[in-house]
Design a protein around this ligand. Sequence first.
Ligand code: UGY
Ligand code: MN
Length: 248
Amino acid sequence: MSDLYGHTRSVVAARYALLTPEGLVSAPLPGWPGATCVVVISPAMGARFAQIFVTLGPDASGAGHRPDEELLLFVREGAVSLEAGDLRARLGPGGYAYIPPGCAYRIAPDESTAQLLVFQRRYLPLPGVATPAPLAGHEQEIVGAPFMGDEAAVLKNLLPDVPGFDMAVNIFTFQPGATLPIVETHIMEHGLLMIQGQGIYRLAGDYHPVQSGDVIWMAPYCPQWFVATGKTPARYIYYKDVNRDPLV
Ligand code: UGY
Ligand code: MN
């Protein structure tokens, strides 16, 4: 089917946004020399974190030392070499790394190009609790658990569920027809990337067909629900803020 000029499924509403891939526009970003970067979710939208797509070509890299900010990198395609503090890792598709605030890091593509999903936010220290150390892993090493007892909706937590972490990044896999069991309405906000399949996302009072490549921002208390449609499982990776006092 040809593109219909003047039409998009993208929506930016008060409490949520849906961004579809064909409408994304890149811009240079500090810390990513030579890379193609698209900031898909940011405080400019109303969020308290940023979600960024970074494409690293052969001459591009990422490097920095962010005193107050933490990063979660997830490799979508290609492979990268990462140095973060004492950590050295090679990350292929499905690999991920957490870089805490104050940790010097460098990322370079191993092959000609690599595509990264990046979640970035200001770290909120918790008095008496140590800031996490850098870590790397692969989503296939994480054992999933049925969500609220449903074997057809399996959740993987990429980061340890301990108080030092103020963010969680999870991957949900839904079998065709599986749903979130309730319309969730909660204080945590989400940044989400569909990584496989399709479904219908309820956002506030609206129902949106979504598919692999789509991005969703959900503000705190945005009512949300999902059903996987089609004949293959649907998967999404998402960010949420966790473990901090609601008044901070
Ligand atoms: O972790 C969550 O809040 C998750 N169940 N929300 C979602 O998938 N929209
Ligand atoms: Mn939720």
